[in-house]
Design a protein around this ligand. Structure first.
Ligand SMILES: *Cc1c(COP(=O)(O)O)cnc(C)c1O
Length: 366
């Protein structure tokens, strides 16, 4: 069986260094908000090219805390609107509703699966306060257009970079392309911890200061609480692990790009629609997503050939029970995407042989 993603094999590459990192934390006797988190924050800020990075417990909370901080700053209040792509992973939308803000769902571009900037402006109202572009599957959105609209209407741009660590737009890395950005280090992401972890990046000093307090009970200073915060701290041990894996992130991305080259060069089947690449470094290929009208039959066929595939995602947020009130809405492009997409195996430990076997199976599908 060719697995979708062999996490054990992936992390085994760094086993000795990871063990050393864990050992260092154990021996330090300091397990929450210490040197490892401090250093990881500095190193990841440098990687993204931003001034501030605040480690948090997971990707969802990174986005929740950014919006929450804007509320604390008086820039947003309950009922205000945030524009978000309709085909995103539900976490982007949960971050909005958790803050009692109102998500305004926008159809993506069918070619790139990214939010369609042409539709953003039409959906802006007096209550719109932010745009939340999602660099879905690892490819950055059209940030020049999005930032231009945001500037015109005085909106905040909050990037969801949970799938796009290292992806660039005109030489600038995601995490540094809006007012603030949330990242996830869920184990399966391109930069993955050995458990849950996340971070916020921003160049806004005030925002950084508030997020830093909010993640730790709303406190900047021990036993002084300025805000009604939460506990969303990044663990020392996960930070130590992420410091090891961050060193190899660019290598991981390069390896993924090599697999993608093989997919692009060799998949030749008119039933299969390949992803659209918008720029050389714009995509870090968290997922390699193809489309096929007979998606379910293709998935079953590949399974029989020993190839594991996944669907990102089978049900769009507006069709979920969690958002019953939206179930009647129609987003035809989003629904088409959810019916037709299929994610092929990809990772830094996938061999050329495996990739070519996948290609061969796809080319034989009829
Ligand atoms: C993974 C993911 C998140 C949430 O990250 P967690 O660390 O799992 O909370 C948010 N948005 C997108 C697009 C994601 O893929």
């Amino acid at each position: 069986m060719i697995p979708f993603l062999n996490l054990k094999k992936l992390n085994s590459q760094y086993k000795n260094e990871l063990l050393k990192a864990c050992q260092r934390v154990i021996d330090s006797g300091w397990y929450i908000l210490g040197e490892e988190v401090n250093n990881f924050e500095k190193e990841f800020a440098k990687y993204c090219g931003v001034k501030y990075c605040i480690g948090v417990a997971n990707g969802l909370e990174s986005l929740i805390l950014i919006l929450r901080a804007y509320k604390e700053m008086g820039m947003m209040k309950e009922g205000d609107e945030v524009i978000v792509p309709a085909n995103t992973y539900i976490a982007s939308i949960l971050a909005i509703t958790e803050n009692k803000l109102k998500p305004i769902l926008i159809e993506p571009d069918i070619k790139t699966y990214l939010i369609n900037p042409e539709l953003i402006e039409k959906n802006i109202t007096k209550r719109t306060k932010a745009i939340l572009p999602v660099h879905l599957y690892g490819q950055v959105c059209q940030m020049d257009k999005i930032n231009k609209i945001a500037k015109k209407y005085n909106l905040k741009v909050v990037e969801d970079s949970a799938q796009s660590h290292g992806a660039e737009y005109e030489g600038i890395k995601c995490g540094n392309l809006g007012d603030a950005s949330g990242f996830s280090f869920y184990p399966g992401k391109n930069l993955g911890a050995l458990g849950d972890a996340g971070t916020v990046t921003t160049n806004d000093e005030k925002l950084a200061e508030i997020v830093r307090a909010l993640r730790n009970y709303g406190s900047h200073k021990k036993y002084e609480n300025l805000y009604q915060g939460i506990n969303s701290r990044l663990d020392e041990i996960q930070a130590a692990i992420l410091r090891v894996k961050l060193k190899y992130l660019d290598r991981e991305i390069e390896k993924r790009r090599k697999i993608v080259d093989l997919y692009f060069k060799n998949i030749k089947n008119e039933k299969i629609i390949l992803p659209r690449l918008t720029g050389r470094k714009s995509h870090v290929w968290h997922l390699f997503v193809i489309r096929c009208i007979e998606r379910n039959r293709l998935k079953e066929y590949l399974h029989k050939k020993g190839i594991e595939t996944l669907i990102h995602y089978p049900v769009p947020p507006h069709k979920q029970m969690a958002y019953k009130e939206w179930n009647k809405f129609s987003f035809p492009i989003t629904e088409k995407i959810h019916r037709e997409v299929l994610s092929l195996p990809i990772s830094g430990v996938q061999t050329c042989h495996e990739t070519l076997k996948i290609v061969e199976a796809l080319n034989d599908f009829n």
